[in-house]
Design a protein around this ligand. Sequence first.
Ligand code: B12
Ligand code: SF4
Length: 558
Amino acid sequence: MINKNVTPSPARPQRWKASGRTPRILLCGVFGPYGVDDPFGRKENNMELYHNQVTRVQGPASLRFHHRSFGLYFIASNINADVTVLDFPSRRRFIREIQKDYDVVGISFITPNYIKAREMARLVRANAPGSIIVLGGHGAAIEGVEDLIECDHVARGEGIRWMRNFLGQDSSAPIVHPILPCSEYESIFGVPIPGPTPNVLVPGLGCVNACNFCCTTHFFEKAYISFLRTGEDVFRECCRIADARGTNVFSVMDENFLKDCTRARALLAEMEKHQRWFSFYISSSAEAISAFGIDNLIRLGVNMVWIGFESQSADEFAKNAGINAAELVRELRDRGVSVLGSAIICMEHHTPENIGADIDFVVGLGTDMMQFMLYTGMPVTPLYTDHKERGLLKEDMPYEEWHGQNELNWNHPAFPGDEPKRWLDLAFRRDYEANSSSIYRMAETAVRGYKRLAAMESRDPCLEARMQQLALRVRLYSHLLPIIACRAVNEKERERALELDIEQLKLLGPLTVRDRITRLAAKALAARWDLRLRLFGDRIQPSTIVTHYHGGKPDKGL
Ligand code: B12
Ligand code: SF4
C-alpha cells in the first residue's frame, strides 16, 4: 500500500508555533540544467512538453514551450504563510536560498527527477538543519521514498489540503486559483508567438477513468478533485484571470476536462449568456468528447484537444471502446479543432511483427501532433504493480531513466536492448514524414475550420465569434508557411505549405503592409534560429523564477 501520507519520525519541531509568528516556507521545483546527461539527469528528459515527447524530431519546426511547476503556486496561493516559490533554480541558486533558514522547505518532483530531489534534501540538511523537509508531487509515490530521501514528511496526492492540515489551517476553505501564464516561452522556428501567452486553468486534478498505466488517475486515488465545481465557477475564474492577464485564451491542466459534461455545458451556457468568448486548449478522452458533442467543442472555443488513442486495439481501454478514431480526428479538424493524439509503444501485445501496423494506424489518424511514449508503469499505477509482481520490473534501473523516451522500465520479451527506442524514433519519424510538421498541420486545421464556418448561410453570435477567432489563427499561422516550405521535411510538405498559403490568401484577402513586415521579421528570426541550432544545439533552459507570497497573495501581480 503506497498511496498514503507518511511522516517519518521524529519530525522536526514547527518552530514558528512556539514564537507565534507566521511560518516561512520555501517551495521549489527541482534544479536545472534539464535535458542534459549529467549525474542528476538525462538528455531525453527536457523541461518541455512538445520538444520532449511530441515534436522532438521536427528540427527547427518543433514547438518550444516552458511550463511552470503550477502545483507550487497553487499551494502558495492557498495557505496563510510567507512563501517563496523558487521555480527552475540552478543548484547554486537553491543553496543560496535555503541558507535563509526557512521553517519549511517543500520539494516538488516527479519520478525521473528523484535523484535531484534527493540531492536537494541532502543540501537542506547540510545548510539548514532546522528546516522541515516536505516532499510532494508525483515523485512522492515512489515506494519507500521516505527512507530513500532525507525528509520529515511525504505529501501524497492533493497538496493544498495537505499543507493546510500540516499548518493547522482550515483545510476546507475555498480554493483560490492563482493568476499565471501557462507558458513562459513560446516559439516555433525561433519566432515568438505574439501577445500574452495563454493563462493556465486548473479546474481539478485526477481522472475517474483509472486506465492501468496512468499516474494522474491513481495518484489521486481514481477520484476527481474539483477546484472549480460548476460551469459558473469556471466562467467567473476565467473572467478574473483573463481580465488580469489580458488574454481570453486558456490552457487547461485537467486530465479529462469534458468528463464533467454538465460543468462544460454550463460553462458554454455562461459564455453565451454573457457573450464572452474564451478559448481553450484541453485534454479529454474520446468517450467524453463524444458525450459532449463535437459541434459543442467549436462553440466552447476549443482550439486544441489532447486525446489518448493509445493503440489500434481501441477496446483495450474503455475510454476508446466503440470510437472510430480516424473519423473523430477528421471531424474535429474539419471544425478547426487541432488534435494532439497520444500513442503507446511496446505494449504487452506488441511484437516486432505487429507494432509497425499499430504505428501506421496512429500515423494514419492524421492528427496535428502525436505523442509517442513507451509503456511505462510509474509507481502507484496498477501497471507498475503488475510488472513488479510478475518479476518483469527493472528494479535496478535508475529513476532518471523512467521518463518513457528511451528505455522500458520492464523486460518486454519481444523488445530487448535498445529496440524500444528504435521503434519510438521510427514512430516519430513516420508521423513527421507522412503528415508534415505539426505547425503545418495546425495551420491546415485552422483553414479547414474557418472555411466550414464561413460557408454557413447564417451563424449565431457564438459561431460568428469563433469564425473571427479562426480567421486570426489562420492569418497568424500563415506567416510561417513560407518558412515551413523552405525547411520542409520532404517535397510533399513544401508543396502543401505553399498551396495552403495561396488558399488562405484567397479566403482572407491579400496581406496588409503589417502582415508583410511580420513575415519579413519571422524569416529573419527563423534564419537566426537555424544558426543557433547549428552552433549551440537545441537545448533551451528555462529562466529561474522567484515569487513571494504573503498570506496567499503574490508580491507582484502575476
Ligand atoms: C505541466 C506538466 C509538465 C511540465 C513541467 C512543468 C514543471 N515546471 O515541472 C512539462 C511539460 C515540462 C512536463 C514535462 C515532463 N513531465 Co510532466 N506533467 C505535467 C502535467 C501535465 C501537469 C502538472 C500540473 O501542473 N498539474 C496541476 C498542479 C496543480 O497539480 P500537481 O502538479 O499534481 O500538484 C499538486 C500535487 O501533486 C501536490 N504537489 C505537487 N508538488 C508538491 C510539493 C509539495 C511540497 C507538496 C506538499 C505538494 C505538492 O500539490 C499540488 C496541488 O494539489 C502532469 C499531468 C497532470 N495532469 O498532473 C504531467 C506529469 C507530472 N509529468 C510527468 C512526466 C513523466 C513528465 C516528463 C518525464 C515527460 C514525460 N516523458 O512524460 C517530463 C519531465 C520534465 C523534467 N525534466 O522534469 C508525469 C509524472 C509521472 C511520475 N509519476 O512521476 C505526469 C504525472 C504525466 C503522466 N501522467 O505521466 N510536465
Ligand atoms: S482517461 Fe486519460 S487521464 Fe483518465 S485515467 Fe485514462 S489516461 Fe488517465
